[in-house]
Design a protein around this ligand. Structure first.
Ligand code: ATP
Ligand code: IP8
Length: 248
């Protein structure tokens, strides 16, 4: 059975500029797409932080590299992500999807060099039993740093390579990776293909926006599609909307 890893960008399922606000229309469209994918194969969902995780992370001075030992701060970030995760799970379960949460804080960790170790037994067993695991960008224990942020994009890379995904999709608010004229770049095989056009994110985002996304997906070694909400149904249909990123 085919396995799809789909990331729902925080900017798709939340209003990124209003603290802790779900984008109901964006979430509904995304949940419809997951429901269609789940009818025909296995799917792992990952969602980003949007206006839930990033504001709290910035307030506590925590990023992917800079950690904290303040347990209250870690909980503030994690609890916000759990609230968003609950909203995503509710939207999926309303559509009959057997969605279950996997919280990275309780499952994985980072080594001193920043590399992510994400045990996959829970996710794998859920898939085998017909569930749809739903992970999320989170705060995670990091050797020597206390706890740092793990982005949904990092989780996608670990999941896709560890589980041997057949297709990877990242749904963001932009229709793909854009060139300096604002046109979608159809294919990226090296960072230089898009370096000039790759800035960070326009909103509060402690994990690096589109440039970091492209770097991580190039390291994946499997094709990944970056597309906007309008590309969701094409991705579900097995087409190739937006930008395809193929690592070496
Ligand atoms: N060349 C580019 N093409 C497309 N988007 C770009 C480019 N350069 C910078 N960006 C920014 O990257 C953003 C997408 O990355 P971002 O990490 O915010 O997406 P996301 O995955 O939806 O959100 P989150 O990190 O909350 O999950 C766009 O909204 C845009 O502001
Ligand atoms: C800020 C937090 C907690 C999650 C970040 O995940 P991302 O939005 O996928 O980068």
């Amino acid at each position: 059975m085919s396995l799809v890893v789909l990331k729902l960008g925080g900017s798709v399922v939340t209003d990124k500029d209003e603290p802790e606000t779900v984008d109901e229309a964006g979430l509904a469209a995304a949940a419809d797409a997951v429901a269609s994918l789940a009818e025909s194969g296995q799917v792992v969902v990952v969602h980003g932080g949007g206006s839930f995780g990033h504001h709290h992370a910035a307030d506590h001075g925590v990023s992917s590299e800079t950690g904290t030992h303040d347990a209250a701060g870690v909980r503030a970030i994690h609890d916000a992500m759990k609230r968003l995760n609950d909203a995503v799970l509710d939207a999926l379960s309303e559509r009959g999807v057997a969605a279950l949460p996997v919280h990275p804080l309780s499952a994985g960790a980072r080594k001193e060099d920043g590399s992510l170790s994400l045990p996959l037994a829970a996710t794998e067993t859920m898939l085998a039993e017909g569930f749809v695991p739903v992970l999320h960008g989170d705060v995670i224990a990091h050797a020597g740093e206390g706890a740092t942020i793990v982005s949904g994009d990092d989780l996608v890379v670990s999941l896709a390579s560890g589980l041997g995904a057949d297709r990877v999709g990242l749904c963001s608010t932009v229709p793909g990776v854009l060139d300096t004229d604002g046109e979608v770049i159809p294919e990226i095989t090296a960072f230089e293909d898009a370096a000039e056009a790759l800035g960070g994110s326009e909103s509060t985002d402690v994990t690096g926006g589109m440039a970091a996304k492209v770097r991580k997906l190039l390291a994946l070694g499997a094709p990944a599609h970056v597309f906007g909400p309008d590309g969701l149904s094409a991705f579900v249909a097995g087409e190739s909307p937006g930008t395809v990123i193929r690592g070496e």
